[in-house]
Design a protein around this ligand. Structure first.
Ligand code: ATR
Length: 276
């Protein structure tokens, strides 16, 4: 039987996942389909039951359902449990639904594709303490990055992440700005400036040291004001597209036990975004 997959969210029409997974199915000669499904919050429980009955092999979960889907699943991967958020569901052969979170690991794969796996001892500064930051913080820890500091406009939320990690430091934005030169990796995970054209940086990059690695999880635009500023200061920049592609590739691998080609996909989507 033809396998099929989905992405559920609200809104959903701008999702690039159907196109990405569809391309991978074609490239790998897999007879499968991947469809976007618009699911409103009040319909989530019914939607999960329907996907199950209709035999979806798995699906992605996006805003606003990443947390609220958890009660409708039978089992959680430990990392998803720690994060309290799911972006990938696997419909197991015995009929149970297992939730994973591939966002944070997607970020780390993307980072390491650019900088390698040998820079884990660098001091890492994570800017932001929302859902995205939590995923990245736990994944960095899981992948062996021992020196993580978290800074956030609301410092209490940075303290919460650090306390759940059981290591690392929470810094106010001012403290992070003052000590910026000691960080080798700086990750911007806030939604500051998203959705409007205002030039907002969540933190001043004045003291950034040349040669630092700076990443932004936003991928549309590919060159965010934050990355542009970092590049002008001599940083090596990593845009957010790799995170998107790798979170999808890791999900694909959970579903089909095969790893798709991420390099071609990043090139293809870069081209699309640069010409849109
Ligand atoms: P996501 O799931 O995308 O991480 P979120 O959980 O709503 O979204 O978190 C948004 C993050 O962006 C938070 O760290 C938020 O800071 P606060 O915790 O202080 O709200 C940060 N953020 C949003 N707008 C911001 C702005 N204008 N300046 C600085 N930080 C901002």
């Amino acid at each position: 039987m033809k396998k099929w997959f989905a992405v559920i969210g609200d809104p959903i029409n701008h999702s690039k996942s159907p196109n990405m997974h569809g391309t991978w199915f074609d490239e790998m000669n897999i007879d499968a389909a991947y469809i976007p499904v618009h699911v409103k919050s009040e319909d989530l429980e019914n939607a999960v039951a329907s996907l199950k009955i209709l035999g979806a092999s798995g699906w992605n979960v996006t805003i606003p359902h990443k947390q609220t889907i958890i009660p409708y699943l039978d089992e959680l991967d430990p990392l998803a449990e720690k994060m309290g958020a799911v972006n990938t569901v696997v419909h197991l052969p015995d009929g149970r639904l297992k939730g994973y979170n591939t966002d944070g690991a997607g970020f780390v794969h993307s980072l390491e594709e650019v900088i390698g796996k040998e820079k884990k001892n660098l001091e890492v500064l994570l800017i932001g303490a929302g859902g995205a930051a939590r995923g990245i913080a736990f994944a960095l820890q899981q992948y062996g990055y021992p020196n993580i500091s978290v800074t956030n406009r609301t410092v209490l939320k940075a303290e919460e992440i650090v306390s759940e990690l059981g290591e690392g430091r929470a810094l106010s934005i001012e403290e992070a700005e003052q000590s910026l030169d000691k960080f080798g990796i700086v990750i911007q995970s806030t939604s500051a400036g998203l959705g409007n054209s205002e030039f907002i940086l969540p933190l001043s990059l004045e003291k950034l040291h040349e040669g630092a690695i700076v990443s932004d999880i936003v991928y549309n635009p590919l060159m965010t004001p934050f990355l542009l500023e970092a590049q002008m200061k001599g940083a090596k920049i990593v845009n957010g597209l790799g995170m998107f592609v790798h979170q999808g590739a890791i999900a694909f691998n959970y579903w089909l036990e095969q790893y798709p080609n991420t390099n071609n996909m990043i090139k293809r989507l870069t081209d699309e975004l640069e010409h849109s």
